[in-house]
Design a protein around this ligand. Structure first.
Ligand code: 2AM
Length: 185
């Protein structure tokens, strides 16, 4: 039965449609080869912080807390394909990432600290999940780099439909640009 009193929330970087399409196009071969269940193109994202089940009444305060963050934007490349055997997912991840990415994640968790949430910070491994219930693959690299210019992050609600997970962005937050004090939400 749907539980309207609670939301399943996470913060994420969401690719713009062009980047989402490039990730999709470049990874179809490897996704097929993995034998896994592909994540649909609209759902491709990079989670920053998974909050878990949250009392819906806390949403306004939680959004306001996130809007207080003043984190810089950054750029990174998704350039490593991996199979994670424990969760049986095929992922693409940055081989290296600027300090600003874990810095943003830390800032989000600091901002969430007053809310005593179900989930908290764990070991952070930035990745985009491409397929679930996948099988192992020989190590391989992508022919092209997927460059991601992170200029904003989102608060997203995860809804489980009969057809699978559906993600609804609830709020967007600008990351600061080097030349300007970016606006909020
Ligand atoms: P995944 O893609 O690696 O499965 C929405 O479910 C997003 O939150 C997904 O990106 C998912 O990561 C992540 N997620 C779900 N449950 C999680 C958990 N318990 N800890 C960390 N991230 C989680």
């Amino acid at each position: 039965m749907p539980d309207s009193a609670h939301l399943r929330l996470f913060f994420a970087l969401w690719p713009d449609p062009g980047l989402g399409q490039r990730i999709w196009d470049l990874t179809r071969g490897v996704v097929r080869a993995s034998g896994g269940r592909p994540v649909i193109r609209e759902n491709l994202h990079l989670t920053l912080a998974f909050l878990g089940k949250v009392d819906a009444a806390m949403l306004p305060e939680l959004r306001a807390a996130a809007a207080e963050l003043h984190s810089p934007g950054f750029e990174f490349a998704l350039d490593e394909l991996s199979f994670w055997p424990r969760s049986r997912v095929l992922v693409i991840q940055p081989g290296s990432c600027p300090e600003a990415l874990p810095g943003l994640v830390e800032g989000i968790w600091d901002a969430m600290a007053p809310f005593a949430l179900e989930c908290g910070p764990g070991k952070y491994r930035p990745h985009v999940t491409l397929a679930r219930e996948a099988g192992p693959l020989p190590l391989q690299s992508l022919q092209l780099q997927l460059s991601w210019q992170a200029t904003e992050f989102c608060l997203v609600s995860s809804v489980t439909d009969p057809g699978g997970a559906r993600y609804e962005p609830l709020a967007r937050y600008h990351l600061l640009q080097a030349t300007s004090e970016a606006g909020r939400e």
